[in-house]
Design a protein around this ligand. Sequence first.
Ligand code: MLT
Length: 263
Amino acid sequence: MAAMNLVALHGYPLDRRMWDPLAERAAAGKLGPIASVFAPDLRGRGRSPHPAAATHAMSLLADDVARDLEAALPAGAPFLLAGLSMGGYVCFELIKRHGARFRGRLKGLALFDTKASADDDAGRAGRKAAIEAIRKDGIEAALTAMLPKLLARGSKGTPAEDLVRRMVLATPPETAMADLAGIAVRDEGFEVLSAWDRPLLVAVGEEDAIAPPADSEAMTAVAARAPWVRLLTVPRAGHMAPLEQPDEAGAGLVSLAEAALQA
Ligand code: MLT
C-alpha cells in the first residue's frame, strides 16, 4: 500500500504532544496508509525554531508550517493536512497561501473540532479579556478558562486531562497572548472549503463546547466540490477528539487516507 504522511497542527494553547497517540499508532503500523506524522510545535513554544511574535496571525503560522514541512518530509512526498481548532484555522491559511505550490502533494484535509466562521465582535472582546487575564495572572488564567471546556465529562481525571494540563502550563504566556491576538483577527474559512476539491474529513467530539457539531455541519455543507466528504461525530469526546478518542479519530484518518489514495 502506498505510504501517506500526516501533517498535524495543534490547537490553542496546546502543543505537538496532543497528536502523540496518533503518531504512536502510525509508527506501529496501525494507521493504515499513514506511515508517519509530522506534528510541529507552532511558533513560540516547545521545539519550534520560530520565536514568539507580538501577534500570531494565522497566515504567519501557516507560512512557518509550509516552510517546516518542506524540510521535514521527503521531497515530493504526498501528505494529508490536519488541524485541530486553531490548527484548522492555520490549515485554511496554508491552503490559501501555499495550496498551489503543494497542489500535487496535498491529498486530503482533516478538520478536527474547528470552525470556519471568524470571530464576531463579542468573540473579539472575549479574546481581549482573555489576553488581559493572562497578562495579569499568567498562563494559569488560560488553564482556568480553557480546561473546563476542552474535555468531555468522561475524560476528566484521565491521562488525556493530565496531558492537556501540562501542555497549557508549558505554553509561554506571551505565546498564548499572541495566539489569541491572531485568532481574533482570523479570516473565515468557508471560501477555502467551497473551493476544496480533494477528500475532506470533518470530525468533532459530540461534547465539544468550543466548536460544537453544528460548526462541523456548516463546514461540510459548503464543501460541494470535494469528491469525498465524511462528517464524523466522535462519541465520548469534547474539544480534543484526537487525544480523547484516538482510535475513532485514527479510523477517520485512515478512511480519509484511503479515499485520498483512490481519488
Ligand atoms: C483552540 O482549541 O485552538 C481554540 O479553542 C480555538 C478558539 O478558541 O477559537
